[in-house]
Design a protein around this ligand. Sequence first.
Ligand SMILES: Nc1ncnc2c1ncn2[C@@H]1O[C@H](COP(=O)(O)OP(=O)(O)OP(=O)(O)O)[C@@H](O)[C@H]1O
Ligand code: NI
Length: 310
Amino acid sequence: MELYTKDLCVRFATRSGDIPAVNHVSLAFSERQVTGIIGETGSGKSVLGLSILGLLQSNASVTGQIFLGERELTALSERELCTVRGREIALVAQNPATSLNPSVRVGRQIEEVFRLAGKSTPDCRRLTLELLRQMAFSDPKQIAGAYPFELSGGMRQRVLTAIAVAARPQWLIADEPTKGLDAVVRNQVYDTFCMVRDQYRVGFIVITHDLLLARKFCERIVVMYCGRVLETNAARELFEHPRHPYTQGLIASLPHLGMKPMAGFSPAFTDQPSGCVFHPRCPYAEARCRHTEPKSIPCGEGSVCCHRYA
Ligand SMILES: Nc1ncnc2c1ncn2[C@@H]1O[C@H](COP(=O)(O)OP(=O)(O)OP(=O)(O)O)[C@@H](O)[C@H]1O
Ligand code: NI
């Protein structure tokens, strides 16, 4: 089923004012499509992911809509959402160290998902070992008997992926799956994700700063800045022909493309620039960029939000 947002806005109430973390985001994720969400820190990537899962903190207010097929997720009660979260849309958490229960053996934590799905105890055991083997653990029994702290960061990441797919969701949202991992382990995460995509036929939303992973793994890329979507396109097109000056800046900071850091900083959410939010940092900014917010313009298989293409 298609997953999509319509004019989604998320604001957080804080003591220093309202933080508009996600602004008017309308995105469609087609069934089984792999989408990467990229953008500098604080651009609203995680908030967008959490809003789809209905996991925003209580100071958040949401307007606009999120749909899974015909069902409007933004209209469901917390109880109804619980039947969607984990079973239909699952999260591969950002930090394996805090999202696994430290005092419960890994096998038990995976078995629990099967148990909640109504499987018998022997089936839970068997399915857990099968799943661990599929996650490229050569000795699933040993891993099942281990506590999270006995595993490396990369192994814990694979365990979290196992927990996410155990309920056979249609959608997986992975937030920074390669954060803090070295190159070898990042490649293992990539291999695991490819296996999951092919064997489980899930749609993926991968939130990441790892542009190499995004380019390698994703079919489509969404570029966020200040809670807005500035550009989307097929991954290949976006990396080879980035349209938005912000996307161009992100890509130019890649190590093999010169590692040129982008000038300037994201503005504070409480003090957003007028017109195009990127104009203070944009090498092409003109008068209209300072006072008129650009509309989203169709471009290839995606869109770009920039006056240069209007
Ligand atoms: N509960 C909250 N209350 C107030 N502000 C929040 C809350 N949660 C997130 N924010 C703010 O929303 C903005 C977007 O945060 P978000 O975590 O989505 O960024 P991100 O793109 O995922 O960044 P990173 O790449 O660093 O993970 C940030 O300015 C963040 O501080
Ligand atoms: Ni984040």
